[in-house]
Design a binder for this molecule. Structure first.
Ligand code: CA
Length: 220
């Protein structure tokens, strides 16, 4: 999944980025409000983490602009401990959740997971279809309860398809959600990852429809 962190405290931003990258996410960082606004408006994130006290443009203004521009991505705001009015303003401006600083990193990561599966067919952190299961808390994938070794990119593709089960996902969409802003994006490599996933997890896990993309079908 692809995440934006808008945070001007460099060390904190790096810590959050490291924690989310370790979970297999592609993470971009903006250190001011203007850049945050631009990236949020132009890149298809699955979650945006927004510090409200940003230089150049404050977080509430950025959030209001995103929502006015019909950017409906889940937003988690970061606020000061005594900033209860900020939290009210943030939630009213369209934030989905908040954390007060200082926070425990596992809590941020768990809230991030919950927000990103908000529209998923599965409400638990563990996604499963047939004999295959994927645990979004640690990236572990099993087949018949036996661990399967996947590369980070294979896990990222599998994760995105599980989060968007029951609809077709194109190669372009997949590449936009597994690579970071500065990465070289080659949507042809997606086909390679799909082939490897089928080889490792069974041919029927991921369906393909010509021209429409890939799909993991889950029972309703
Ligand atoms: Ca700040």
């Amino acid at each position: 999944m692809r995440i934006l962190i808008a945070e001007d405290e460099t060390i904190l931003a790096k810590q959050v980025q490291t924690a989310l990258t370790a979970e297999g996410h592609a993470v971009d960082v903006a250190d001011n409000g203007e850049e945050a606004h631009f990236l949020g408006d132009t890149e298809p994130y699955d979650l945006m983490i927004l510090d409200l006290g940003l230089p150049m443009r404050d977080g509430i203004s950025v959030l209001k602009q995103w929502r006015a521009d019909n950017v409906n991505t889940p937003v988690l705001i970061l606020t000061a401990r005594d900033g209860w009015t900020d939290r009210v303003d943030g939630l009213d401006a369209g934030a989905d959740d908040y954390l007060t600083k200082p926070f425990h990193m596992p809590e941020l990561v768990a809230r991030a997971r919950a927000l990103m599966r908000r529209n998923a067919a599965t409400k638990s952190a563990v996604f499963a279809r047939g004999d295959v299961s994927y645990d979004s808390r640690n990236g572990r994938v099993t087949l018949n309860h036996m661990p399967v070794n996947l590369t980070a990119q294979e896990v990222a593709v599998l994760s995105y398809l599980f989060h968007h089960a029951n609809r077709h996902v194109t190669q372009t969409e997949l590449s936009e959600h597994i690579y970071e802003y500065d990465d070289d994006r080659d949507s042809n490599t997606i086909a390679v990852f799909i082939t490897r996933l089928r080889k490792k997890l069974g041919a029927d896990l991921i369906e393909t429809e010509r021209g429409r993309g890939y799909m993991i079908k889950l029972a309703a």
